[in-house]
Design a protein around this ligand. Structure first.
Ligand code: CTP
Ligand code: MG
Length: 221
């Protein structure tokens, strides 16, 4: 079973601000993209890593001599960036399983990868999720949404490679999807939910960098 990790790192990080895209800023002295790379590369089931970036020179500077199977050119949306990465994997001869991961989630616990790969024995895709802590209301009329029926979705998201490739090729909805599980479901493939981890929360806004650094200091995966 050939397992490839695909890290999408071609966003501009507009909400995080700071001049340089968030995935190239450092926490604990190491670029965020390098944290994500190292956490995935050390997993014994992951055979290689492909990264999608807008600027390959900037990526190589951040990663030093870490090996890559391929670097793909980013697209205008996350979906198109993932697609570029999937096409690059296919050009390398494909894979059995692909783990699609946001570069903006630097801290990837091995146990989450274990749960995703185990779930793929039964399903076509698997995603890490967390319960919602806050009360949820509808903005139009303030009525309560059923929190227990909802979950927050993280990455990495694991898929059988052939199925996610099919899902991307079939996607024809007007709205841009925010993750790949939506696309797999839309194409009719079953996606399992596994327990995620707060460590995997995405760096989105300026205050999230310090939070990720604190989490990194608190726990050894
Ligand atoms: N991403 C990408 N290509 C895009 C847009 C996003 O590869 N055209 C990647 C980002 O680099 C990030 C992940 O998708 O790792 C999740 O996206 P998000 O958190 O929205 O990052 P950005 O789009 O960079 O941030 P923002 O939306 O605040 O500009
Ligand atoms: Mg974005």
């Amino acid at each position: 079973n050939r397992v490839v990790a695909l890290i999408v790192a071609a966003g501009k990080g507009e909400r995080a601000g700071g001049g340089v895209p968030k995935q190239f800023r450092a926490i604990a002295g190491k670029p965020i993209i390098a944290h994500a790379y190292d956490r995935l590369a050390q997993h014994p089931r992951i055979d290689g890593i492909v990264i999608v970036a807008a600027d390959e020179t900037q990526l190589r500077e951040a990663l030093g001599d870490r090996p890559l199977l391929a670097v793909a050119q980013g697209g205008a949306t996350r979906r198109l960036s993932v697609r570029a990465g999937l096409d690059a994997i296919e050009a390398l001869g494909g894979a059995d399983i692909v783990l699609i991961h946001d570069a903006a989630r630097p801290l990837v616990p091995s146990a989450v990868v274990d749960r995703l790969l185990a779930a793929l024995e039964q399903a076509s895709g698997a995603v890490p999720t967390l319960a919602v802590a806050d009360t949820l209301v509808r903005k139009d009329d303030g009525t309560l949404a059923d929190r227990d029926a909802l979950a927050r979705v993280q990455t990495p998201q694991a898929f059988r490679f052939a199925d996610i490739m099919t899902s991307h090729r079939a996607w024809n909805e007007a709205a841009e999807p925010t993750d790949d599980a939506q696309m797999a479901r839309s194409a009719g493939f079953p996606v399992a939910l596994v327990e995620g981890d707060p460590m995997l929360d995405k760096i989105t806004r300026p205050e999230d960098f310090a939070l990720a650094e604190a989490r990194l200091g608190q726990r050894l995966f």
